[in-house]
Write a protein that binds this ligand. Structure first.
Ligand code: PEP
Length: 249
């Protein structure tokens, strides 16, 4: 059994005080819940103070991105070591907004995954096809390349720390959710590919999250799919009552 993971990706939203207020109000929803993991990914300035509030709350702290290098003359970048220092246990890597707006290639994503793993954080590796890819019948080719190149040189013992988030780009922030059939098919493909690459055991224990316009209405149906082990939630994670409903689906 894979413990479900529900992760909030706030993107470039919330000041420090808004972030602290949110997590304090979130505590009532996770109180006594042990059968799922809740991860909160605030923007960088809020990581340290939010991490302090999350201590002993049962929720985990994630960054939304990290630098591909260990340290040095990389102005504006934030290293894996710095993220661990402020309490991050998880980090989102290769979100489609990073790939499309900031030119992150599979090679860069691969370097970032390596950094996260080296410093003991669980990378939440985002993959997924664009609408153009889907319409051209390339969904599985794109996913396969993102996995093979993104996880290049990632050892089998590190797969136990890795989380994959399947996020069809056309479903992110659009209000369009993949049908359970589309999501289920993609998740089954990812599981099968990971099995070929890493073996049945590690692939069977790998959490594969779904992301793309998840909301309180569709979370139950998505989570009922056999290969969906959680959700990465953007827009609907910004309101505490809405995200609370998703977490307690
Ligand atoms: C995301 O940003 O990872 C995401 C899934 O966004 P949304 O839930 O808003 O579609």
């Amino acid at each position: 059994m894979i413990k479900p993971i529900i992760a909030a990706n706030w993107k470039m939203n919330k000041t420090v005080s808004e972030a602290i207020d949110f997590v304090n109000r979130m505590k009532k929803f996770v109180l006594g819940i042990n059968d799922r993991e809740v991860v909160i990914a605030p923007p960088f300035p809020a990581l340290y103070p939010v991490g302090a509030v999350l201590k002993d709350s049962g929720m985990s702290l994630a960054a939304q991105n990290l630098g591909a290098y260990k340290e040095g003359a990389y102005t504006g970048e934030i290293s894996a070591r710095m993220l661990v220092d402020v309490g991050c246990t998880h980090v989102i890597v290769g979100h489609s907004e990073r790939r499309t707006l900031f030119g992150e290639s599979n090679e860069i994503v691969n370097a970032k995954i390596g950094m996260a793993l080296q410093f003991g954080m669980r990378p939440i590796v985002c993959i997924g096809e664009t609408l153009q890819d889907r319409e051209a019948g390339k969904t599985f080719d794109v996913i396969e390349r993102q996995i093979k190149e993104g996880l290049n040189q990632v050892a089998v013992y590190d797969i136990g720390q890795t989380i994959i988030a399947y996020e069809p780009v056309w479903a992110i922030g659009t209000g369009k959710t993949a049908t359970t059939g589309q999501a289920g098919e993609a998740h089954a493909f990812i599981r099968q590919l990971m099995e070929e690459l890493y073996g049945k055991g590690p692939a069977g224990r790998l959490p594969i999250l779904y992301g793309g316009s998840v909301n309180p209405e569709n979370i139950g149906k998505l989570m009922a799919q056999p290969d969906i082990n959680g959700a990465l939630v953007g827009g609907a994670s910004l309101d505490v009552e809405t995200f609370g409903k998703i977490v307690t689906f």
